[in-house]
Design a protein around this ligand. Structure first.
Ligand code: ADP
Ligand code: ASP
Ligand code: MG
Length: 418
């Protein structure tokens, strides 16, 4: 039988009524003749609550125990969804990650898939089961311990199952009816896209558009999964939502196709670092070992010698998620205490946000950066750090101007127009 993967995010399974609504969507696909693998998230707010409990118990927590706790949210939803489907007369059962087993690497909190054996679930489909409900976001590591895939990881579970089971499509049901030019909750003028290229979606996701987890887009691109984002609250059919697809399959072409933001960033600066070979490695190796996700890096060498610093000196600035600032500070201060690096001062600005414009058209157009900076200047928004790649430009700004910046950029690139 043809097979579909249907993923329901947190708000789509927020309570028993929502689970019932989602189950009816699954039932409809079963009636159309599909076998279905349903991937579920934890009920909305649940994962945040579990993370809060871990952090409230232990400041520098053991990541294995973090995973043991936060993976549990999805287990509840999986069981409830299977029960609801059974109530509707649909033969269904639930699986936790380790039961499949979803084998992952041992990077707790950010694990990656190693393999998803099909035999167990295939055997049950063979016996007449029509729906396998699998807990998203989790797996089992090589040491037999529960792992999780990083926030938003159920999207990736869904795509991985679609690839492993050769699904006809992977449908991501969520609380918006597709991928928009920017977060529709921030910009009223945001426009829903019919299609978006894998590469653009990849950038938007990695720059903060949480509608899809970055890794899920990477996997879909690699394994050619037909990936669609659509609403769990509206009536939907084969044409609903947004299709994430190859660049060649897109008619519309704009220089910039979307604006993304990431609210909870921090900027860390090591003031007057000695400028010598090996200094960057000496700073960023301890940060990597401490599990800090360093994003932007700016090193600005001073052309002048400072009085107290006979050799050349530099300021080194990097950004990271705001909830990793404690770890970052500790890693840098420990490296200094061990004599690996020297600097005058460590300055942390934990009140910044990152705003980015993304578009494959940037490869062949000039002037995008100038237009972006002008739009921000017109709103009197100061840019603290700039980073670019082939198809994106990102800036760090004060967090209080984030929404204003997103709207100003959406206007400047006329994204409301098709
Ligand atoms: P789920 O719980 O279903 O996984 P998420 O909250 O993770 O849902 O992702 C959906 C949210 O992503 C939307 O509610 C929306 O606010 C946000 N979002 C950010 N950028 C975009 C975008 N470009 N298009 C659509 N939604 C976006
Ligand atoms: N429940 C997890 C989270 O909130 C995974 C997910 O929903 O995709 O991050
Ligand atoms: Mg999500």
């Amino acid at each position: 039988m043809p097979l579909l993967v249907m993923k329901f995010g947190g708000t789509s399974v927020a309570d028993l009524d929502r689970i019932a609504q989602a189950a009816r969507k699954v039932q409809r696909e079963v009636e159309r003749g599909y076998d279905v693998i349903v991937i579920v998230s934890a009920m909305s707010g649940k994962t945040n609550e579990l993370v809060g409990w871990v952090e409230g118990t232990s400041r520098f927590y053991d990541a294995r125990e973090y995973d043991a706790v936060v993976a549990s949210g999805e287990n509840i939803t999986a069981g409830l969804m299977a029960l609801r489907l059974q109530e509707l007369g649909v033969p269904a059962r639930s699986w936790q990650g380790w039961q499949v087993p979803i084998n992952t690497t041992d990077q707790h909190g950010a694990a990656r898939f190693v393999s998803i054996p099909r035999d167990h679930i295939d055997a049950k489909f063979g016996e007449g089961m029509r729906v396998a409900v699998v807990a998203g976001f989790q797996g089992i590591g090589p040491d037999g311990r529960i792992t999780t895939l990083g926030r938003g990881g159920s999207d990736t579970t869904a795509v991985a199952f679609a690839a492993a089971f050769d699904a006809e499509r992977c449908d991501i049901y969520t609380d918006v009816n597709g991928v928009y030019t920017t977060d529709p909750r921030i910009a009223r003028k945001a426009r829903k896209l019919e299609r978006i290229a894998f590469e653009e979606m990849l950038e938007l996701a990695s720059l903060g558009a949480k509608v899809l987890q970055t890794r899920s887009v990477e996997l879909a691109m690699r394994y050619n999964v037909r990936l669609r984002v659509l609403s769990s609250f509206e009536d939907t059919d084969e044409t609903s939502g947004t299709l994430v697809c190859d660049e060649e399959d897109i008619m519309e072409s704009k220089v910039v196709s979307g604006v993304a933001y990431s609210r909870d960033e921090a900027k860390v600066t090591l003031v007057t670092v000695e400028d010598r070979p090996g200094i960057s490695a000496a700073i960023f190796e301890p940060l990597a070992d401490a599990g800090v996700n360093v994003d932007m890096i700016v090193q600005n060498i001073s052309e002048r010698d400072y009085e107290n610093h006979p050799g050349a000196v530099t300021d080194m600035t990097f950004s990271c998620p705001v909830n990793q600032v404690d770890r970052a500070r500790k890693a840098v201060e420990d490296a200094r205490a061990r004599g690996l690096i020297a600097y005058d001062e460590l300055v942390v600005d934990d009140d910044v946000a990152k705003v980015s414009v993304v578009g494959i058209g940037m490869r062949s157009h000039t002037g995008v950066a100038a237009r972006m900076f002008k739009a921000l200047a017109d709103e009197n928004i100061n840019i603290k750090v700039i980073a670019t790649s082939e198809i994106k430009i990102s800036v760090l700004i004060d967090r209080r101007y984030m929404e204003l910046a997103v709207q100003a950029l959406h206007d400047a690139f006329e994204l409301e127009k098709a």
